[in-house]
Design a protein around this ligand. Structure first.
Ligand code: A2P
Length: 339
């Protein structure tokens, strides 16, 4: 049994973390919830106990074994050293530590052994990286990958509760013939598509696009993986989609590729028997797996493959992966159980 802390317990991912810990029967001795001062003193019912939400103090993690953080980059930066000092383990959903050499970036189905080199912090990949690498991990067994090009269609929940509220409010305002209020995104998101997720970097790619590039390389241990991305925010609530083109150094063999994809743990091909059963955000919501469909040869090159991926960004994109990391930490004996 373990003492846990959830930082950001009131947020979009935080709420899902509670759901997943409960569903997977995580061995919890006690659990503490942290959020901002706005939520201090509120109670959250978890496993039939009303638990009071606290704000973070210097001593907050002293008696904690695993801290899950899904708050903000600033909070992760602040608590990283606190968790390390407390000799606890931080499983962090922010982007601040992901590319640090001493921070494992983990998708348990792919690189669980990377956990062994941890120094108190391990990161969850970006919610678009995880589904993509689950597929690329299977495909790299087919032949050398010479090019990956991905376009994403990302739900607003990836930007937190405020973004979900913004979409709902804008939809209501549109129905009422009012001017939609814009605050979280750069443009109106309702009835729109915004080719910008996160801020721009000097190379004209967005931070989100570069997260996909750099994180995929780190997780797959392929420093030179030739990959580029275009990330687009669309007005769906939950579920990130990705349209992907992969080129190999040899002609594709669809049956071999489908066989490899079928054997990737955590990945489901949904439209093999029925072409209309391709995955969508709505039909994969609240599911812990990554779904792939529309798998076909690229008409532009015999060495190319096209496909479509969808995953619940709050679950496998965040909370489920976080809890699976914690389970892997226990499995690999990187933490001592309490009685
Ligand atoms: P709160 O609900 O009190 O604002 P989301 O990603 O849905 O926006 O959620 C962000 C999470 O991070 C929420 O739980 C939010 O708490 C929490 N958070 C924001 N600021 C802080 C802070 N200063 N300390 C701890 N948690 C914070």
């Amino acid at each position: 049994m373990y003492n846990l802390a959830i930082v950001g317990a009131t947020g979009a991912v935080g709420k899902k973390l509670l759901q997943v810990l409960n569903e997977r029967n995580f061995p919890i001795r006690n659990i503490h919830f942290f959020a901002s001062s706005r939520s201090e003193g509120k109670t959250i019912n978890f496993q039939n106990k009303n638990i009071v939400v606290e704000t973070i103090k210097e001593s907050s993690f002293q008696d904690i074994d695993i801290v899950f953080c899904s708050a903000t980059n600033e909070i992760s930066k602040k608590i990283g050293p606190m968790v390390r000092n407390a000799k606890s383990i931080l499983i962090d959903d922010s982007s601040v530590f992901r590319m640090d050499d001493d921070v494992p970036l983990i998708v348990p189905e792919i690189n669980p052994e990377d956990i062994d080199g941890h120094t108190g912090i391990m990161s969850i990949p970006n919610c678009t990286t995880t589904p993509l690498v689950m597929v690329l991990n299977a495909l790299k067994e087919f032949a050398k990958i010479v090019k990956v090009n991905v376009s994403t269609y990302q739900a607003v929940s990836g930007a937190g509760s405020a973004a979900i509220n913004e979409l709902n409010k804008q939809l209501e305002e549109i129905v009422q013939n009012k001017k939609p209020t814009i605050s979280v995104f750069t443009h109106q998101i309702a009835l729109n598509a915004i080719p910008q997720v996160d801020i721009f970097e000097k190379n004209n790619y967005t931070k989100e696009e570069m997260k996909i590039v750099n994180e995929s390389r780190k997780i797959l241990h392929e420093d030179m993986l030739p990959i580029s991305a275009t990330c687009v925010r669309i007005p769906t609530a939950i579920g990130h989609c990705e349209s992907v083109s992969v080129e190999f150094d040899e002609d594709i063999d669809l049956s071999k590729i489908i066989d490899l994809l079928s054997h990737q743990s955590g990945l489901i091909i949904s439209d093999l028997d029925d072409i209309l059963k391709y995955p969508t955000p709505l039909n994969t919501e609240n599911d812990h797996n990554v779904y792939i469909g529309r798998i076909r040869e690229d008409l532009a090159t015999k060495k190319g493959l096209l496909f479509w991926i969808v995953a619940d960004n709050l679950l496998k994109g965040a909370a489920t992966n976080a809890v699976q990391i914690a389970e892997t930490v226990i499995l690999r004996k990187k933490i001592q159980a309490r009685i």
